[in-house]
Design a protein around this ligand. Structure first.
Ligand SMILES: Cc1cc2nc3c(=O)[nH]c(=O)nc-3n(C[C@H](O)[C@H](O)[C@H](O)COP(=O)(O)OP(=O)(O)OC[C@H]3O[C@@H](n4cnc5c(N)ncnc54)[C@H](O)[C@@H]3O)c2cc1C
Length: 510
């Protein structure tokens, strides 16, 4: 056994973070003596690495898992888990502020205890951390090494002075926030997803750079939790990869809630001025300077490819796109695979998970599973949420695929009206002339929960007409999906069918 060198601290130092670290980077961890040769050496213990290691070990492989920072990677420590925890608190604030709409008068306006919100987040993060812990993986039979991995030869990885030999290796080193190229930003200081969850005091004025999923989720959450948020986005509308109407609904919600949305914004510089920071930008041909207490850079991710010495093993990579892989997630070295954010355009935890499952089969069992065969949904957890799966209308047009689109607005869905959640819609694209769902977008408070029904239908080749025959409990918002199915089936009633039905009914009356 070799002692582990670098202790990791997660701020603030409290009992929850101590518990988190004791699970995902135990200070007293001793790296094991390496086995003579591993079936699989996994570099990086985020979702992709953890799923690969656990799955391979469960099937009897001898596996080493190397992590330089915190097991659990971005998702547990600085991504999905902490963000969704504070989003939950921010929804509670929103609901309390809007209780009057439901006839509930609170004795006093709700007050946000930001420190308590963040403490709850740290507690639930620590509560979830045993699942990703070094101890759990050691019990699963995985040799867990804490330290930075680096390829040292065609079948060797080095970590903390030890050499690990492998038959197959997996690069699962993820991605990180990039520094926006803005003059003065680094000198003035800014937050990223790696530091924003360490806050214990709410910034009174917060500039969020980037109106993509991360920027939007956190901008809305901080606005609800008490910051005055200015959201600076360089494109013409927020969440610009999403369906335009969907993004417009979220944008309107932001504006209603008081987020200052600045579109087509070009930030020319940042400077520190006493206790605050000045952000200069141009938007709609107007130059403005705003004073804020904190700046959160929520745009731009870069794959972690630099320090692995991949040149030594013939693994090609692009500093922006990440490790280059084929459809089977094999790199340019056939013995080395990649999974998760480091190689995928889908930067989601569930994508990391399912790419890991592909890698296990292909790397260890001569599989030919393909990433392109995955049905990949995703969700942006704003309020309302935007969830999507499959093709967008514009992609279908670009590919020359003719589609019919079925839309149901939530103002027509009883449960959404009852819930006061009418802003949103379901949009389902079906291949023209065939009952084959090609894609769908849902905008709803719990769109992320609803999209899986469409994913199941797509993965199971269940048509929209068939969804109409599946009984959905009344009243639920998911009925909107069935109602799209009804609309589809109505289009199947051709004039000839209608004519024959009319004749049949007339004959019945005679
Ligand atoms: C704020 C935020 C919110 C998000 N919310 C969601 C969400 O709600 N839903 C969702 O699906 N996705 C979300 N994501 C994305 C999700 O977190 C990532 O897609 C997911 O974590 C990717 O997993 P991964 O294993 O590929 O990489 P990572 O989680 O980044 O793990 C890679 C690991 O490799 C380690 N590593 C790197 N280099 C080395 C090395 N040389 N040696 C050893 N170890 C190394 C790193 O320390 C890290 O622990 C969010 C991301 C952010 C930033």
């Amino acid at each position: 056994m070799t002692p582990q060198t670098q202790p990791v601290l997660v701020a603030p130092a409290d009992e929850h973070n101590a518990r988190l670290v004791s699970n995902v980077h135990p200070l007293d961890w001793k790296n094991p003596t390496p086995a003579p040769c591993y079936n699989l050496v996994v570099i990086g213990a985020g979702t992709a690495g953890l799923v690969t290691a656990a799955g391979a070990a469960g099937l009897g492989a001898k596996v080493a898992l190397i992590e330089k920072h915190l097991l659990g990677g971005d998702c547990l420590n600085v991504g999905c888990v902490p963000s969704k925890a504070i989003i939950r608190s921010s929804r509670a604030v929103f609901d309390a502020r809007n209780a009057g709409c439901f006839g509930v008068q609170l004795a006093a306006p709700p007050e946000v205890d930001f420190a308590a919100v963040m403490e709850r987040m740290r507690k639930v993060r620590a509560d979830l951390s045993p699942n990703d812990s070094a101890g759990r993986f050691a019990k699963l039979g995985v040799d867990v090494f804490l330290g930075e991995a680096r390829f040292a030869g065609p079948d060797t990885v080095h970590v903390t002075g030890q050499s690990l030999r492998f038959k197959r290796a997996v690069i699962a080193t993820g991605a990180r926030a990039t520094q926006p190229p803005i003059a003065g930003l680094a000198e003035a200081g800014y937050l990223t997803n790696e530091t924003v969850f360490n806050l214990t005091r709410c910034p009174a004025r917060l500039a969020v750079i980037g109106g993509g999923p991360i920027g939007c989720e956190l901008a809305q959450a901080f606005q609800r939790l008490g910051s005055q948020v200015v959201l600076l986005h360089k494109h013409a509308h927020l969440l610009d990869r999403e369906n335009l109407e969907a993004a417009a609904i979220v944008q309107s919600a932001f504006i209603r809630e008081g987020v200052a949305v600045r579109l087509n914004a070009r930030i020319s510089g940042v400077e520190r001025n006493g206790g605050h920071k000045l952000v200069r930008y141009e938007a709609q041909d107007k130059e403005e300077t705003i004073a804020v207490d904190e700046i959160l850079a929520g745009a731009g991710r870069a794959p972690n490819v630099e320090s692995l010495n991949m040149e030594a093993v013939g693994v090609q990579y692009d500093p922006r796109k990440g490790v280059l892989v084929n459809d089977c997630l094999q790199t340019t070295n056939p013995r080395i695979y990649a999974a998760g954010d480091v190689c995928l355009t889908w930067k989601f935890t569930h994508a990391a998970d399912f790419s890991a499952r592909i890698v296990i089969q292909n790397a260890l069992f001569l599989g030919r599973k393909k990433a392109s065969a995955l049905t990949m949904p995703w969700c942006t957890y704003t309020d309302p949420e935007i969830a999507h799966v499959g093709l967008y209308e514009r992609e279908a047009h670009e590919r020359g695929v003719a589609v019919d689109t079925y839309v149901r607005e939530f103002k027509e869905v009883d449960r959404a009206v009852l819930d006061g959640e009418e802003h949103g819609f379901v949009k389902i694209h079906v291949r023209k002339g065939r009952d084959e769902i090609l894609g769908a977008t849902i905008v709803a408070r719990h769109a992320g929960e609803m999209i899986s029904e469409i994913s199941v239908a797509m993965a199971g080749r269940i048509g929209l007409g068939k969804l109409a025959s599946v009984i959905h409990p009344y009243p639920t918002q998911a009925e909107a999906l069935r109602q799209c199915g009804d609309a589809y089936n109505r289009t199947r009633l051709t004039p000839t069918v209608k004519k024959w039905m009319g004749r049949w009914l007339a004959w019945q009356r005679s």
